[in-house]
Design a binder for this molecule. Structure first.
Ligand SMILES: O=C(O)C(=O)C[C@]1(C(=O)O)C=C[C@@H](O)C=C1
Length: 377
């Protein structure tokens, strides 16, 4: 088990590790490296024409991810291509008049861009209300290769996710393949089981990538958003196919600096939260229980808990916990001191304000924002 060292820097617990040489991209989700844009609808024709992405961008994602933005505005990386849910979440949080929104091919590329300082912020999916944790993102926070030592959670944003089946085929009976992101497939299991049994499913890097591919393949369909249908000139064969009507994805805003100070004031519905990872000695019975009891003893309410394999030993795990409280406060610092006593390693990945009320505000004009943001991203 690698030793992770911590130091107390004024009031903040920070990671104290070896400096990074160059970030190593961890393995990413299957990426289909082809780009076909079909006939766009009249409404979005100009937007699509100005944003056709060269095939080369999808072939060497790690090089692309490191490239600094050419925009004079602070830049925000998101999982593209344009019209992905990540793009919509980024637009909900960052005004495109003030920030340059830049697509990346994989979630790993967004981490790489933030770590390398190529962008000011990154927006990555963290968890979905129906299908649970986004394992690609958690695996990057595991940071097994120590590539993302300076990548922190800076904020949170929510997006209502309503999936559609998109195609240029006249009906589902002509569809032989369905493309989508694995998270989206997982959120539509009931509909797929009832309506698309036996149709091949192909995982790709995002739902908008699926729509882009399907625009050039009449025998295929994509699970993606209504906005992706407009952008890629596809028909909506079925709408609202998600298993749960209140399907919501929570995204993290990443930055290369932790938020050091707890905000002095909070609006209605806003809470401070902290996200951290830790490991325990699995040979000690009750080690995990002891760790979690610290949160109870300090009255810190847990809002999320998950784990990923450490990949060092079989059945050895890295745990992730999010709780209410800011690492800038005395009670959280005391809890972290106590927690460190029962952990092998501990890393505070960020403290931030949770803006749950953004959900209602953000969804209102998302469609028009994506349309306006076409040229920029
Ligand atoms: O594929 C996309 O459009 C994404 O932005 C990724 C993602 C995810 O990984 O959770 C985002 C929101 C939805 O939950 C489905 C897919």
């Amino acid at each position: 088990m690698p030793e992770i060292m911590w130091k107390r820097d004024r009031n903040l617990v920070t990671y104290c590790g070896t400096p990074l040489s160059s970030p190593t991209p961890p393995p990413s989700a299957t990426t289909v490296g082809i780009s076909h844009l079909g006939t766009p609808s009249l409404i979005v024709r100009n937007m699509v024409a100005s944003s056709v992405t060269p095939v080369s961008q999808y072939q060497s994602s790690s090089i692309q991810a490191n490239m600094p933005s050419t925009s004079p505005l602070p830049s925000v990386a998101y999982l593209g291509p344009r019209s992905s849910y990540s793009h919509q979440a980024a637009l909900g949080r960052f005004d495109p008049a003030k920030y340059a929104l830049e697509p990346r091919t994989t979630i790993a590329d967004v981490f790489i861009a933030v770590q390398a300082g190529a962008v000011a912020y990154g927006v990555v999916p963290f968890e979905n209300s129906t299908n649970g944790s986004v394992v690609f993102t958690l695996d990057l926070f595991c940071d097994r290769a120590r590539s993302f030592r300076d990548t922190f959670v800076h904020g949170v944003t929510y997006l209502d996710v309503h999936h559609c089946l998109l195609s240029s085929a006249a009906s589902l009976s002509s569809v032989a393949r369905i493309y989508s992101h694995p998270q989206a497939f997982g959120q539509c299991e009931n509909w797929l089981g009832a309506n698309a049994r036996g149709i091949e499913r192909i995982d790709v890097s995002s739902t908008s990538k699926a729509a882009q591919i399907v625009a050039g393949d009449a025998g295929a369909a994509a699970i993606a958003s209504k906005i992706a249908a407009d952008v890629h000139g596809l028909k909506v064969l079925a709408a609202n196919i998600e298993d749960s009507a209140d399907n919501t994805t929570r995204f993290f805003v990443l930055a290369a600096q932790p938020e050091l100070k707890a905000p002095v004031s909070k609006g209605p519905g806003e809470t401070d939260k902290t996200f951290l990872s830790f490991t325990v000695d699995h040979k000690i019975p009750g080690a995990l229980c002891d760790s979690l009891k610290v949160f109870k003893d300090f009255g810190l309410n847990l809002t999320s808990i998950s784990s990923r394999p450490s990949r060092l030993l079989p059945w050895d795990y890295i745990f992730f916990v999010e709780f209410e409280g800011h690492s800038d406060t005395q009670d959280v610092q005391s809890a972290l001191d106590e927690l460190r006593k029962c952990c092998l390693s501990l890393r505070v990945l960020g403290s931030y304000k949770d803006h749950q009320r953004e959900r209602e505000e953000g969804s209102r004009d998302r469609e028009s924002k994506v349309a306006e943001n076409g040229k920029a991203s």
